[in-house]
Write a protein that binds this ligand. Structure first.
Ligand SMILES: Cc1cn([C@H]2C[C@H](O)[C@@H](COP(=O)(O)OP(=O)(O)OP(=O)(O)O)O2)c(=O)[nH]c1=O
Length: 631
């Protein structure tokens, strides 16, 4: 979920972070932004003395980093990105700019200068909106900077050297990382902490708000964007261009009535009209007009308590094809939809109202209609339809998850409890009936379509001549690879039951590069020859023993120089940050013998089978990408 509506404005855009900094990737991933990472090749060698102020240097460097990536991506015909974000962090002390140290002596020189003093950390950020006209790249640049003051304690020589020997200073401006060991050197921080770590998130959101919600012309004296607009409906997360341009008055914004109750029924903070969607009781206001209990409400927990209800409401509306009917015929009244789909009027009205309150639908006196997000993602023929995955979630994952407690107690899958049938082979279970098989394939197809571009472009794969997507199902990723790399011959290798059913999922039109489908079982049969083997959402289905069988088979056919590309949700090494991936790991517990794994775990598995140079790229999408080469 994205808490901040302005980040929702980027949901349907191809956003690229032009930075190799893992910190920047983490900061933006943590707030739910989806982006690709394309590190900039711009050399940070601008003449510092030509800038009147240090921050101008950081801003210009950030801009050049982002422009280099925008140009490179445009030229390489990897579809021009919509937005490229670049950043540059510098430390300044005594009017000197400190960047990353080149060696330990340099780190010592920098840290000695900072010792016992206050210094400034500036991050310059450039947001580049790109478009392509007559095949020429057009760019609109927005830039800004943020300053944070940091003071170091008086530190001994011994401590400085111990810190330097830890290796931490080397890839960080000023030679320290406040977020890790370097935090011990710091006496105080004035300003945005994340700015020091490499990305001023708060200022970034304000800038986006300025760009995407420009102040209304009739109200120019309105306060500038010194606060980030709060989210109050899912609607705000849609990319609809038709939304109100004034975030202070945007649709669905709640007003307080005299009791402190929002007109929408949500609980409000009267100061900024932000609302917490809980559906819970009305708090009283204190003298400042701020509700005391609202401030204390455990909003996260309340949201989680409600989460399953919201999911189920969306699933049921999808399953009953309400979004499809509204797309074709909306706006419709509840009674009309009830008649169309054969449901009760009272039940339908409540379901539609709930969906409207969740921001999936719009409710007007004319009736209900789809939001842009619903049209795009929830209709069965939507541009990026997730309908297949939603139906799979409702019919398959939901019953399994209701047995999560047993899965946790027993440490094993729950098919017998959910479906009254002992789990045999994972895929035999899916493919025992035509209906379940097609549902499963449609689900895999939705996720593959949503992630294919990010998976295909996480690394430059243009050097490969042939690729084999093992377990490639409907071929959605294979087709995307063919589009992006026209010289790549892609084969999908999957079970005969799958290959027999792929025709329904093929993209329309003649322009798509041909994909070859070969049937077989990758655990038992010979694998087709290829320079690149792809395993997308395959390894997470299996326990380590089975993975060893599969990787040793691939290793046996891989010539030196051949590579493997894995697409999986990669957990952080400490397994504590990436909730979507951690919940997916629970999902694997209830239905498979597999699990989600961390980057280190994947690396160890691959290295055991002679694969080296394991590179991991977090895409910001649902799947991350790992590439490694047969040594
Ligand atoms: C001061 C400080 C900097 N840093 C990091 C943030 C930046 O990643 C780095 C400064 O170098 P930058 O050149 O800004 O960024 P980068 O080289 O890491 O990535 P790219 O050029 O590809 O965008 O220092 C910390 O992580 N912690 C800190 O406390």
């Amino acid at each position: 979920m994205v808490l901040n509506p302005v980040l929702g404005k980027l949901v349907s855009k191809r956003v690229v972070l032009a930075s190799a900094s893992p910190r920047r990737q983490e900061i933006l991933t943590n707030v739910g932004l989806r982006f690709e990472v394309v590190p900039s090749w711009f050399k940070e060698t601008l003449e510092k003395s030509s800038f009147a102020a240090p921050y101008e240097y950081a801003v210009e460097t950030a801009k050049q980093k982002a422009l280099e990536v925008a140009n490179r991506m445009h030229v390489k015909h990897l579809r021009t990105p919509d937005v490229v974000i670049g950043a540059d962090t510098i430390v300044t002390v005594d009017e000197q700019i400190l960047e990353k140290p080149v060696d330990k002596q340099d780190a010592y020189r920098m840290l000695s200068r900072l010792n016992g003093k206050e210094h400034s950390v500036f991050t310059g950020v450039a947001i580049i909106h790109c478009s392509s006209k007559d095949n020429q790249l057009e760019t609109e640049v927005t830039d800004f900077y943020e300053e944070t003051k940091v003071k170091f304690s008086d530190l001994s020589e011994e401590l400085l050297w111990e810190y330097i020997h830890s290796g931490e200073p080397m890839d960080k401006a000023g030679g320290y990382g406040i977020q890790a060991l370097g935090g011990m050197l710091v006496e105080y921080v004035h300003g945005d902490f994340l700015n020091v770590v490499g990305f001023p998130l708060n200022h970034f959101c304000k800038k986006l708000a300025e760009l995407y919600y420009p102040p209304p012309k009739h109200n120019v004296q309105h306060k500038k964007y010194d606060s980030i607009p709060s989210v109050d409906t899912f609607e705000n997360l849609s990319d609809g261009e038709s939304e109100s341009s004034d975030f202070t008055e945007h649709k669905g914004a709640s007003k307080l009535d005299s009791s402190g109750m929002c007109s929408s029924g949500a609980i409000c903070n009267s100061e900024n009209n932000s609302s917490i969607k809980t559906g819970f009781t009305v708090p009283l206001e204190n003298q400042n007009g701020v509700s005391e209990s609202a401030a204390k409400l455990p909003s996260k927990i309340l949201e989680l308590m409600d989460g399953f209800r919201a999911s189920k409401a969306m699933f049921v509306a999808s399953k009953l094809k309400m979004f499809d009917h509204l797309k074709d015929k909306g706006p419709l009244k509840a009674v009309d939809i009830a008649n169309e789909v054969g449901t009760s009027v009272c039940g339908t009205e409540r379901l539609l109202d709930a969906c409207a309150a969740l921001g999936l639908l719009e409710k007007t006196p004319q009736g209900y209609s789809n939001t842009d997000s619903a049209n795009t993602y929830l209709t069965s023929d939507g541009e990026c339809s997730l309908h297949g995955y939603i139906i799979h979630s409702n019919d398959h994952i939901w019953p399994l998850f209701t047995n999560l407690e047993s899965a946790v107690k027993e440490g094993s899958r729950q098919n017998h409890r959910a479906f009254g049938k002992k789990a045999e082979d994972l895929f035999k279970d899916y493919y025992h009936s035509q209906e379940v098989k097609q549902r499963f394939m449609a689900a895999m197809h939705s996720i593959a379509q949503l992630t294919a571009r990010d998976v295909a472009t996480a690394f430059d794969l243009s050097r490969f001549k042939s690729a084999c997507d093992l377990g490639g199902c409907t071929g959605a990723l294979a087709h995307e690879l063919g589009q992006i790399y026209p010289n790549l011959k892609v084969t999908v290798f999957d079970l005969p039951e799958v290959i027999a059913n792929t025709s329904y999922f093929q993209p329309p039109g003649q322009n798509t590069a041909p994909v070859t489908f070969i049937s077989g079982d990758f655990f038992k049969d010979d694998l087709p020859e290829a320079d690149l083997y792809i395993l997308s959402r395959i390894l997470h289905d299996w326990p380590d023993e089975k993975i060893h069988v599969l990787l040793s088979k691939i290793s046996a056919v891989c010539k030196p120089g051949c590579e493997i590309l894995l697409a999986e949700m990669v957990l952080d090494d400490e397994k504590k940050n990436r909730s979507t991936a951690l919940l997916q790991s629970l999902n694997m517990l209830v239905q498979t013998e597999g699990k989600e794994r961390s980057g280190s775990e994947y690396r160890a598995l691959l290295e055991q089978h002679g694969f080296a140079n394991v590179k991991i790229r977090l895409t910001g999408n649902l799947l991350d990408v790992i590439l490694c080469v047969k040594a």
